[in-house]
Design a protein around this ligand. Structure first.
Ligand SMILES: Cc1cc2nc3c(=O)[nH]c(=O)nc-3n(C[C@H](O)[C@H](O)[C@H](O)COP(=O)(O)OP(=O)(O)OC[C@H]3O[C@@H](n4cnc5c(N)ncnc54)[C@H](O)[C@@H]3O)c2cc1C
Length: 491
């Protein structure tokens, strides 16, 4: 396709959501689509080989975001990796694929987002999964089997299928791994359709801001790798740049909290809560010494997990526990003892943070403040999650494996001790969402059809639009949002 004067749709960001959206839009040969990606090709070995994903953090395929110091986590800052490469964060994530709870999406609909209830999004999941092909790993590590059995012994039901919207219980999760290799959003949604004449995939294109004409977006202002800036015109622009960079592009373009923008010398175009409502999951590890060598079958891939309710009166699960066959969180010992980790996480956090610009320069670092544990219920839930994980770790199914708790160790026992260990060692689960929240009124950034309130020709479709976080790892929901945006843009 020759470069048209203006594309029908420019999609910003070839990540989980953007790849799914560009696939859907370009299925109509009458619609010209440009998919713009700041990063480059996704062909390096560490992207393909699932067990090597940790080695990608902090490299040139990671945006390298860092949080502000967090009072709730002993004043620590947290690395917040985000993919800057074809496939976006699906190129460096942990590949767990879980749709979420029916109650997650019914909650969005009840909060003023009709059309996002479970029955509607379930259809979208079925559609996108024909391309993404998530699957339970074919063969399970014996230690993973023992951990899933231990969760059932601890009183959780066996859950044979997390896809049906009911999370309670322990079982096998799906992964975005096909034939033993990472199957990222680029391979799933774009590689098979790369020859569509109406689709241009342009890498090395950093979007600096929107080309605004009053309150209408007419495309994007970009900088090509090694080149100058230019405008790419579009009838409609859809931001799929993720929970940090979609708000950055909006804020740099004058769309956001007016007082914040004015303080930075940016003229406000639309006064919207861009960058507020940052929500993230947190997790921590309980590490056990193993009495047996641990096979490296499916090393560093989460095969099994469990979901639970922290109190019996809850209507949904607020704890997810992952089972890892490696030591995580504990300091390196170099003693050669094989170790495994039970990883409790909180999935319905109440703390809310912000993403802000530090100045008007799009290249300046962001101020990312997840505000971890600012709501006291989150620590209470984390303590219950740690206790439940230890119950699982103590079951007979693990008797052949468990030598003893290595980290944090049995001396960490009271609520106060557990809270101190959590604050000191807890990690982001790398699931930031919510910074361009969807909702019906001007207290939200986008409407339920993902149009930015008060701005024509502009939508956001990625993890940032979630009004509340889903109760599971966030890639499936992010991909689904991109897929569903296809319904709205094509109208
Ligand atoms: C280390 C890690 C492990 C994770 N593990 C899991 C897991 O196991 N399971 C799971 O479900 N979720 C996991 N996640 C989370 C999940 O991957 C994300 O929620 C999901 O990929 C977000 O999708 P997105 O489309 O919103 O953003 P992204 O996939 O991040 O896509 C955004 C894209 O936009 C591009 N972009 C950004 N700014 C610009 C710009 N200005 N110009 C041009 N392009 C731009 C980026 O380069 C990127 O390609 C993990 C995340 C991380 C970081």
């Amino acid at each position: 396709m020759a470069d048209p004067a203006a594309y029908d749709v420019v999609v910003v960001g070839a990540g989980s959501a953007g790849c799914a959206l560009a696939n859907r839009l370009s299925a109509d040969p009458a619609v010209s689509v440009a998919l713009l990606e700041a990063g480059g090709a996704d062909d390096r070995e560490a992207i393909r080989v699932p067990r090597r994903y940790f080695s990608l953090w902090g490299t040139d395929v990671d945006w390298g975001h860092v949080s502000t110091p967090q009072p709730g986590t002993a004043g620590r800052t947290h690395l917040m990796p985000r993919g800057r490469v074809l496939g976006g964060t699906s190129s460096l994530n942990g590949m767990v694929y879980l749709r979420g709870a029916a109650s997650d999406y019914d909650g969005w609909a009840a909060a003023g987002c009709p059309g996002w209830e479970w029955t509607a999004v379930r259809e979208a999941f079925a559609g996108l999964e024909a391309w993404q092909r998530p699957a339970v790993l074919a063969e399970h590590n014996l230690l993973s089997q023992a951990m899933v059995e231990a969760a059932v012994e601890a009183g959780l039901p066996h859950n044979p299928d997390f896809d049906d919207g009911t999370l309670d219980g322990a079982g096998w999760n799906k992964s975005t791994i096909v034939d033993g290799e990472r199957f990222n959003a680029h391979l799933a949604f774009i590689a098979p359709i790369r020859d569509r004449p109406n689709l241009r995939v342009l890498t090395g294109i950093r979007v600096l801001g929107l080309a605004m004409d009053g309150a209408r977006a007419r495309g994007v202002v970009v900088r090509r790798d090694g080149g100058g800036t230019e405008t790419i015109a579009a009838v409609e622009t859809v931001l799929c740049a993720g929970a940090f960079d979609s708000p950055r592009i909006l804020l740099c373009s004058g769309i956001g909290p007016a007082a914040h923008l004015e303080a930075l010398g940016i003229e406000p175009v639309a006064d919207l809560p861009v960058g507020e409502n940052l929500i993230d999951h947190l997790l921590i590890g309980i590490v056990y010494d193993s009495r047996r060598p641990i096979s490296d079958l499916n090393a560093y891939c989460t095969e099994g997990c469990a979901f639970a309710r922290s109190t019996p009166d809850r209507h949904d699960c607020d704890i997810e526990i992952s089972f890892a066959k490696e030591p995580h969180f504990a300091p390196e010992t170099g003693d050669g003892v094989p170790r495994f980790t039970i990883i409790p996480g909180i999935t319905r956090p109440k703390s809310r943070g912000t993403v802000r610009l530090t100045n008007a320069d799009p290249d300046a670092p962001l101020a990312i403040d997840p505000n971890y544990f600012s709501h006291p219920d989150d620590m209470a839930t984390m303590i219950r999650a740690v206790r439940l994980s230890r119950e699982i770790g103590a079951q007979a199914a693990l008797a052949d494996w468990r030598l003893g708790e290595h980290f944090p160790g049995p001396a960490t026992e009271t609520d106060e001790q557990i809270a101190r260990y959590v604050a000191r060692d807890v990690s982001t689960w790398f699931h930031p969402v919510g910074t361009c929240r969807m909702g019906p009124g001007a207290d939200a950034v986008v409407d339920p059809s993902l149009r930015v309130h008060g701005v024509a020709g502009l939508r956001v479709a990625d993890a940032s639009v979630m009004p509340d976080i889903v109760s599971v790892n966030t890639q499936a929901a992010s991909t689904m949002i991109g897929w569903r945006a296809g319904d709205f843009v094509l109208g």
